[in-house]
Design a protein around this ligand. Structure first.
Ligand code: AMP
Ligand code: ZN
Length: 468
């Protein structure tokens, strides 16, 4: 089966055909680094991670670029409030962003261009827009893109050009959904900008938000590339404006496939910093949830469906992951035994792997992909209950799990989940005490471990330590 995606540009499901066979340019809008990213933002980044890993699983080579917005109204406002230089202020949030990316096991992009390091490219692009006749400098000194001079505006939004209020203009990057307006390419310096500003042919100022993604995607992926992603809220005006800028400047199609994820919501409302209903990864860590558990929660709902965040979902994630961990440990033990049930195991893994890949190719159908995994778990647990899986049969199951985990990345416990050395040492001491028939000491150790939240399960393969 071919890879298919729902393309926001055509609003249809389409077969995916890359521009260059086997190689894909992927641009995903990154964080504005004025605070810790919240888990709504991470829903978008985990979806993009699933997309990238699925493409790689299907044999494509992906060149992934994600921008860091380190200059805009919010970064300037908050750095001044904090009494810090812009670079030092945003630097701390860039750092925490990468920590969170690693905690959530998101594969890092190949390039993370920062806006402040690409001012030259943005100025060049704005110059091209002047040359194309769609940019103008207003009385306030700022430079705007003229919607009225670009009839192709509205490709993503599917708006009627006649409805556009030509002449209205906004310097705010995040203008209302109802209005279509000339948008700022270059914002003239004002008092509120403090010492932030760059010289340009149009005077001192700073770039608008949209121009950064056009300039940096162009630099790292070329004027025309395959896939561009973001959350639904990026669709308008941000992505609409990116299309206008890039296509007007370069005279060619900008992006072939646009993929947008639905929002993560809390109590029916979009999780966002402005509403204040947000959790960061750190908040959830303080409540005892691991990055792997949160990854499972964010991954498990199809990207075009809203995901309602709840702590119950985090608890459910823990149970599902424990089940998978126990299964994997059991198969690892079976792999150490003699060959058994080899043909049946190979058949089951083949079926599960094929179903898993087919599901991902179907617009990243994660529910069907996870169903393929759990079908394998159920069938192989049954086989092990009957003593019918061992040796290379079990190894083939482990290999299939590894391949699936190349996409999911949830089958190895977090460090905080794994058993600390001192707990393992106590478990070994208990085993020795039991062998020496010192049951009082063995029970004492078991009670002590239990009090610390560890349970010892005695299995035919020896004792296994688990978190209660
Ligand atoms: P921002 O830092 O606001 O520019 O957002 C960075 C990314 O997170 C963008 O792709 C947004 O569309 C996405 N995003 C923001 N809030 C949410 C949310 N509640 N659910 C899903 N994605 C979101
Ligand atoms: Zn962007």
């Amino acid at each position: 089966m071919a890879l298919t995606f729902h393309n926001s540009l055509t609003r249809r499901r389409e077969d995916f055909v890359p521009i260059l066979a086997g190689k894909i340019g992927l641009y995903t809008c990154g964080p504005t680094v004025y605070n810790f990213a919240h888990i709504g933002n991470f829903r978008a980044y985990v979806f993009e991670d699933l997309l990238r890993r699925s493409l790689e699983h299907c044999g494509y080579e992906v060149n992934h670029v994600m921008n860091l917005t380190d200059v805009d109204d919010k970064t300037i406002r908050d750095s001044r409030e904090a009494g810090m230089e812009l670079g030092a202020f945003t630097g701390q949030y860039k750092e925490s962003f990468f920590e969170d990316v690693d905690t959530l096991r998101i594969r890092r992009a190949h390039t993370y261009p920062a806006a402040t390091e690409h001012i030259k490219e943005m100025i060049e692009l704005i110059q091209k827009l002047f040359d194309a006749g769609v940019a103008y400098q207003a009385d306030d000194g700022s430079v705007y893109f003229s919607i009225g001079r670009w009839p192709a505006y509205g490709q993503l939004l599917k708006i009627d050009p006649d409805q556009m209020r030509a002449g209205a203009r906004v310097s705010n990057d995040e203008y209302g959904k109802e209005s279509v307006a000339d948008f700022a390419l270059w914002k003239a310096w004002t008092e509120a900008d403090g010492n932030v500003g760059w010289d340009s042919p149009w005077g001192k100022g700073r770039p608008g938000w949209h121009i950064e993604c056009s300039a940096m995607s162009g630099k790292y992926l070329g004027a025309h590339f395959d896939i561009h992603c973001g959350g639904m809220d990026n669709l308008f005006p941000h992505h609409e404006d990116e299309i206008a800028q890039s296509e007007a400047a370069n005279g060619c199609k900008f992006v072939n496939y646009w993929l947008h994820c639905a929002h993560l919501i809390v109590d029916g409302e979009k999780m966002s910093k402005s509403v204040g209903n947000f959790y960061t990864l750190r908040d959830l860590g303080a409540r005892g949830y691991t990055g792997r558990e949160l990854r499972w929660v964010l991954l498990g709902t199809h990207y075009r469906q809203q995901l309602n965040f709840s702590f119950k979902a985090c608890e459910d994630a823990r149970v599902s992951l424990q089940r998978l961990d126990t299964f994997k440990e059991r198969v690892q033990e079976a792999a150490k035994q003699g060959d058994c049930g080899v043909e049946a195991a190979i058949e089951a893994t083949r079926t599960a792997s094929a179903a898993f890949t087919t599901a991902l190719e179907d617009d990243l159908n994660i529910s069907a992909a996870l169903a393929a995994l759990f079908d394998l778990v159920r069938d192989m647990n049954r086989a092990m209950d009957k003593g019918e899986l061992g040796g290379i049969g079990a190894q083939s199951v482990l290999d299939a799990l590894d391949r699936m985990d190349g996409v999911l990345d949830v089958l190895t416990p977090d460090k905080s989940d794994s058993v600390p050395d001192e707990v393992l040492a106590l478990a070994a001491e208990r085993l020795a005490a039991r062998k020496a028939k010192d049951f009082a000491r063995a029970d004492e150790i078991r009670d002590r471990l239990q009090a610390d939240g560890w349970e010892i399960e005695d299995t035919p393969e020896g004792p296994r330590v688990k978190r209660v």
